[in-house]
Design a protein around this ligand. Sequence first.
Ligand code: AMP
Ligand code: MG
Length: 422
Amino acid sequence: MTLPSLEAIASCVSGYDPHALPVPQAQEFIARLVAPVTAVEQVAIRAGLGRVLARDIVSPIDVPAHDNSAMDGYALRGAELSAQGDTALRIAGRGLAGDRFEGNVGAGEAVRITTGAVMPAGLDTVVPQEFTRLEGDRVIVPAGAVKPGDNRRLAGEDLARGEVALAAGRRLRPADPGLSASLGQGEVPVFRRLRVAFFSTGDELRSVGEPLEAGCVYDSNRYTLWGMLARLGVEIIDMGVVRDEPSALAATFRDAAACADAVITSGGVSVGEADHTKQIMKQLGDVLFWRIAMRPGRPMAIGRIGHAILFGLPGNPVAVMVTFYAFVRDALLAMGGATPEPLPMLRAACTTPIRKKPGRTEYQRGRVQRAGDGWEVRVGGAQGSGILRSMSEANGLVVLHHAQGSVEAGGLVDVIPFDGLI
Ligand code: AMP
Ligand code: MG
């Protein structure tokens, strides 16, 4: 398969301007650049959690396999219920879950039944036991206790035979191993895990465990990147800190591109950078250097080195996280075979005004909380792109879209919450 050149992709993106690229255009470009892996492996259903389903799972059976009772009570014929007074039915026997009632049920008869038990032939309604009383061998059903058809689960109502139970491209969530098991399937086909290599660049960076000399900072980006990648379930290859030295950089880029589907770097891509990172990227690959109309996170490199997709993220710790969430996350999901899904957002009332010019996308760290029937979000505090603490204290990212202007106090804004149910 020949992949489109970066130039060809750029020509398809309307409004493409590498010097002031709007976030949606950058996202479109990247979506066109990446391609899903093709290798598929069969894994046990529990191991499939969080993985991307490679093929549709089609139900080989009706689930449930038989009409069955949704309640503990008495199965009967709905047509025999009296509209005015009590209905008295002779109890013909018992049908328990896992042990069906096999006999014939005559006119005027009912069968004691438990939840999940197969409906005896000819019966279509279950009256819950708490609505009834017993008189000798008869059950008395008061008028209006149930309507014909109540409390009966129909065969195939969960899934009919031949129906797609789980569609290819789905990231498997906790209900899904259960659903596979309900079909009797102990394994699922998933795409192979994506391999993602990353390293940090910058002579000022020191790794945890090393002494911190004057003018140096500890490398934190490899740890936030690790955290974000771990949540995506990819295979992570941490290549450390690489000195600003051409041969070291070239060797690391080559190694990374040879072993990974995607290579993520941080630092060394801003316009004023004196270091060698950009030169080496250019030499080894087909790479574009963007200035994105966003804050934080303006500079970014994107392209290919060998078969690997390169994401050259800015160095500032908050910019790394924001550009990862804005661009890399969806790209890696797509490369892993997942069907794209927009992130859920909350509409929250902003507690303070925010000044913003239209023409760039801004991401502000905020704390979102319940307020009356809706949500409110508090932004403020230190929003500098180097201040990682603000990211740690936030529980969501306020997204001020490209065309949006200033927001008044109480105005509604979109917030991407960090935590979801699953
Ligand atoms: P750069 O994009 O290389 O100009 O870096 C921008 C800022 O981010 C500089 O203050 C760097 O020291 C800082 N920075 C770059 N990489 C890292 C890293 N891995 N961990 C923490 N800070 C970093
Ligand atoms: Mg640098």
